[in-house]
Design a binder for this molecule. Structure first.
Ligand code: MN3
Length: 241
C-alpha cells in the first residue's frame, strides 16, 4: 500500500468507526429513519367494522344476499382501494376527520374510496335487528325543534333520499346541536371540507342501487320506507352529544 492510499484508508476507517460509535453510544437516529418512524406512527388507514348482526338479521326490510354482497364486496373494495391510495400516494393523516377535512386535496381514488369506507361503517352501525324504535331524550327534542315532529323529520329525510339523483346518500347532521337534512352524491359525506352542507353525521341512508336493487328493483321509495324499521335509534341518540 502506498502512503497516499494508506492515509486514505486510515481516514475512512476512522470516519466509519466514529460514525458507528456515534450511532451506538449517543443513540443518534439518522434523519431518514426519523422521517420513516414519524410516518409509521401517524399513518392512518381505514378498517372495516365487524357487522354488528348477521346478513339475514334485517330481513325482510333488507335481504340477506344484498347485505352479504354489500358488505363483503362493495364495502370491502372501498376499504382495500382507499388503503392502496393512502400507501401509493404517501397520505399521512391523523384520523378520518383529518382525512375528510382535506378531501378537496385528495385524488379521486382516495376521496371516493375513503368516503365509501367510512360511510358504510357508519351505515352498518346505524341499523339493528331489534331495539329502540324511535329517537328519545335530547335527540327527540332536537328533532321536534327542527322538524316539528319525528314523523315530519322522517318525511323530509325520505324525500332527500328519494330525490338524490343517481347514487348517493341522505344524512341527518348537526352543527352545534342544530339538526338538518342533506344529501351527497357518490361516496361524499358531510365531513368533507368541500361538502355543500357540512356537519356531524347522526344518521345515514345509502341510496346507491346496490343497496336495494335485488329486492326492490326500481322502487327506491319502498326500500326507504322499509329501511326505517331497521334504524338503530339507540346508536343515533348516542351520536348526538
Ligand atoms: Mn353502498
Amino acid at each position: 500500500m502506498e502512503n497516499n492510499e494508506r492515509r486514505d484508508f486510515l481516514k475512512s476507517s476512522l470516519k466509519m468507526s466514529l460514525g458507528v460509535a456515534a450511532l451506538s453510544t449517543l443513540n443518534v437516529i439518522p434523519a431518514f429513519a426519523k422521517d420513516l418512524a414519524e410516518e409509521n406512527r401517524q399513518a392512518f388507514v381505514f378498517s372495516q367494522v365487524k357487522l354488528p348482526y348477521t346478513y339475514a338479521a334485517l330481513e325482510p326490510n333488507i335481504d340477506a344476499l344484498t347485505m352479504e354482497i354489500h358488505y363483503t364486496k362493495h364495502h370491502a373494495a372501498y376499504i382495500k382501494n382507499v388503503n392502496e391510495a393512502i400507501q401509493a400516494e404517501h397520505l399521512n393523516f391523523k384520523d378520518e376527520y383529518d382525512f375528510f377535512s382535506k378531501a378537496s386535496t385528495l385524488s379521486a381514488k382516495a376521496r371516493n374510496n375513503g368516503g365509501g369506507a367510512w360511510n358504510h361503517n357508519f351505515f352498518w352501525e346505524s341499523m339493528q335487528a331489534s331495539g329502540l324504535t324511535a329517537p328519545s331524550g335530547k335527540l327527540k327534542a332536537a328533532i321536534e325543534k327542527s322538524f316539528q315532529s319525528v314523523d315530519q323529520f322522517k318525511e323530509k329525510f325520505s324525500q332527500a333520499a328519494l330525490t338524490r339523483f343517481g347514487s348517493g346518500w341522505a344524512w341527518l347532521i348537526h352543527n352545534n346541536g342544530v339538526l338538518s337534512i342533506t344529501s351527497t352524491a357518490n361516496q361524499d359525506n358531510p365531513l368533507m371540507d368541500n361538502a355543500t352542507e357540512k356537519g356531524t353525521p347522526l344518521l345515514a341512508l345509502d341510496v346507491w342501487e346496490h343497496a336495494y336493487y335485488l329486492k326492490y328493483q326500481n322502487k327506491r321509495n319502498e326500500y326507504i320506507s322499509s329501511w326505517w324499521n331497521t334504524v338503530n335509534w339507540n346508536a343515533v341518540n348516542k351520536r348526538f352529544v
